[in-house]
Design a protein around this ligand. Structure first.
Ligand code: DGL
Length: 267
């Protein structure tokens, strides 16, 4: 495998840019191709079979672009499709759940861990399984927060409506006195200040993006496919629909202006 080949990163839409951003920062020598399935977002409420089928289609498109590794930036897709993609892929495939679970176990220091995510991610129990594989006795409390995705896409990061919704969703986690809270969805890192206010300063908020970038760095080193030191990575973007919205909203997720995205209809 060519070490100069790009890394494929994909998500159900725009939110995975929070993970892409962490990869750009940690691995500046790596080139990437980001695919956002904007035609079929959201994945959160869809069945595991449908999410697996969509994810496999994206994997094959990315492999056709010559990627040397694939990062599933989407929590829902990781929950439903990680194993299927690993079985189908000749290159390494990483998800966001295992790295997030590892960071949470470290931060909670034996205390209880809360997990929030889409309906699909929570129903899959994937975070609880990953946490218990690392720390069998730890108490895990999970809550699905489906309304957060549209609120974030609306740009309502600090809006009273979002605070009201967060108060409702997070009440059981406050009662459960969790010590760490996993932000188990691509969109939630943008709500960090608000979620921090609702949960209080004693609760550590865990964003899996950083930890995923770290896991990717380790994997590339182990397989000796890291880009040559000193190289300058380039970043390509593709979406399955609505490029203008991806550019507009994506700029907020990426933290800097996106220039353009190709439109690649799949399915
Ligand atoms: N990317 C999804 C996730 O991280 C959130 C958006 C969706 O439901 O597709 O679970």
């Amino acid at each position: 495998m060519n070490a100069s080949a790009p890394i494929g990163i994909f998500d159900s839409g725009i939110g995975g840019l929070t993970v892409a951003r962490a990869i750009y920062e940690r691995l500046p020598a790596e080139s990437t191709i980001y695919f956002g399935d904007t035609a079929r977002v959201p994945y959160g409420p869809k069945s595991p079979e449908t999410v697996r089928r969509y994810s496999l289609e994206i994997l094959h498109w990315l492999l056709g672009q010559g990627v040397k590794a694939v990062v599933i930036a989407c929590n829902t897709s990781t929950a439903h499709a990680l194993q299927a993609l690993r079985d189908a892929s000749p290159v390494p495939v990483l998800g966001v759940i295992e790295p997030g679970a590892r960071a949470a176990v470290r931060a909670a220091e034996g205390g209880a861990i809360g997990v929030i995510g889409t309906a699909g991610t929570i129903a899959s129990n994937a975070y609880a399984r990953a946490i218990h594989a690392l720390a069998p006795g730890v108490r895990v409390e999970q809550v699905a927060c489906p309304l957060f995705v549209p609120l974030v896409e609306e740009g309502w990061f600090d809006h009273p409506a979002t605070e009201l919704v967060a108060g409702e969703y997070l009440a059981p986690l406050l009662t459960a006195r969790v010590d760490a809270l996993v932000l188990g969805c691509t969109h939630y890192p943008l709500l960090k200040p608000l979620l921090g206010r609702v949960m209080g300063p004693a609760v550590r908020l865990i964003d899996s993006a950083e930890e995923t970038a770290l896991a990717l760095a380790g994997e590339l080193e182990r397989r000796r496919i890291a880009a040559p030191a000193g190289a300058k990575g380039t970043h390509r973007f593709a979406v399955s629909d609505d490029e203008p919205r991806f550019i507009k909203v994506g700029t907020r997720f990426r933290g800097e202006r996106l220039a353009r995205a190709e439109v690649v209809p799949l399915g």
